[in-house]
Design a protein around this ligand. Structure first.
Ligand SMILES: [Zn+2]
Ligand SMILES: [Zn+2]
Length: 350
């Protein structure tokens, strides 16, 4: 068999599953059979054409997308030393050039010519039966982690950035806004890092119920409760020591400013896709609040994998759907069918 099935986005709302050439492992490259692919909001925006990266020209169509995955090594090139067929693996979400001075020294994150898996300067992505990856960006998936967890490492590595430099402890309250996968993972991380109270603000009761399985202590439904007042109540008037804003809604960002504690921190892990006007910036200044942007740095994958192994709370309850690869286009073509319950949709290849 020298072909495999893969999905390519050709134009907005036009993606095809087709037979493409199956890669062959040479040198330091490996061919890895994909077992799980997570559907990301970024994938949905690439499919619909709404992605800001398409507008900026950083993603061009056609694009073989998909960047959240785990699989099993099928074959390795002759220079591969750390892996053999049958190894369970996950990967970085970028591929370095392998040739520049930084790469030669093993400082792949300093490479100036990286390509992102399935997104910017697209390295061929994981809505495909096989991935083609250089050994230097692939890692062994520990036995205690499932393939589902392996495919959650990439989105978790985005949320992980929101916590860099934060110091949570049992006296602190973390508030997460948004019940998508990044919101759920942020709540899971806040608990792992020791926040005394983790509060989730959302609009969907069934998703908020699920959040309690990944570490959330209190939920606030933003539709019928005043989130700012509730957070103040739950913190004896102090406000949230750390807020992780994952919703991308301007109104939510304004709520952050009203519910953050003095000397608190707001980590923003979402794109708004527009400039925000009328931000009461003086409130941030007067409150000595840190405002941190977090979009996921390269090189977080192994640290996140380590947390998954150590954290007694499993992240897998956030997987709301399993869809077989043969039917995976349905997720894009009939998205509204999934929307109410959707947190993380997982594509299964078995
Ligand atoms: Zn993603
Ligand atoms: Zn390089």
């Amino acid at each position: 068999m020298d072909t495999m099935k893969a999905i390519t986005v050709y134009a907005p709302n036009d993606a095809k599953m087709e037979d493409v050439k199956k890669p062959v492992a040479v040198d330091d490259m490996m061919v890895i059979k994909v077992y799980r692919t997570g559907v990301c909001a970024t994938d949905l925006s690439i499919y619909s054409g709404e992605s800001s990266f398409i507008r900026s020209g950083e993603i061009t169509l056609p694009c073989r997308f998909g960047h959240e995955w785990a699989g099993v090594v099928e074959s390795v090139g002759e220079k591969v030393t750390k892996f053999k067929p049958g190894d369970r693996v996950y990967s970085d979400n970028f591929v370095s050039c392998g040739k520049c001075d930084a790469c030669k020294e093993g400082k792949y994150m300093e490479c100036k010519d990286t390509r992102s898996v399935g997104t910017i300067k697209c390295w061929e992505g994981c809505y495909a039966e096989y991935m083609y990856m250089p050994e230097r960006h692939v890692f062994l998936l520990p036995d205690e982690l499932s393939m589902d967890e392996g495919a959650l490492i990439e989105p978790a590595s985005i949320a992980y950035d929101a916590f860099k430099g934060a110091n949570l402890d049992s006296s602190k309250t973390a508030v997460v806004i948004g019940t998508g996968a990044i919101g759920m993972i942020s709540a899971w991380l806040a608990k792992y890092y020791g926040a005394g109270k983790v509060i989730l603000v959302g609009r969907n009761d069934s998703k908020m119920e699920i959040s309690k399985k990944v570490g959330v202590d209190y939920t606030i439904n933003n539709r019928n409760e005043n989130a700012v007042e509730r957070v103040k109540e739950l913190t004896n008037g102090k406000g949230a020591d750390m807020i992780i804003e994952t919703s991308g809604a301007e109104s939510a960002f304004l709520q952050c400013i009203d519910m953050v504690a003095r000397f608190g921190r707001i980590s923003v892990v979402s794109f708004y896709e527009k400039d925000l006007n009328n931000i009461p910036i003086d409130k941030l200044v007067h409150g000595c609040v840190s405002l941190v942007g977090a979009a996921g740095c390269d090189g977080n994958a192994q640290a996140v994998c380590d947390i998954m192994c150590k954290n007694p709370i499993k992240l897998t309850p956030i997987i709301s759907h399993h869809v077989p690869f043969e039917n995976s286009l349905d997720v894009f073509e009939n998205l509204s069918k999934y929307n109410n319950e959707k947190i993380k949709i997982m594509i299964d290849f078995e």
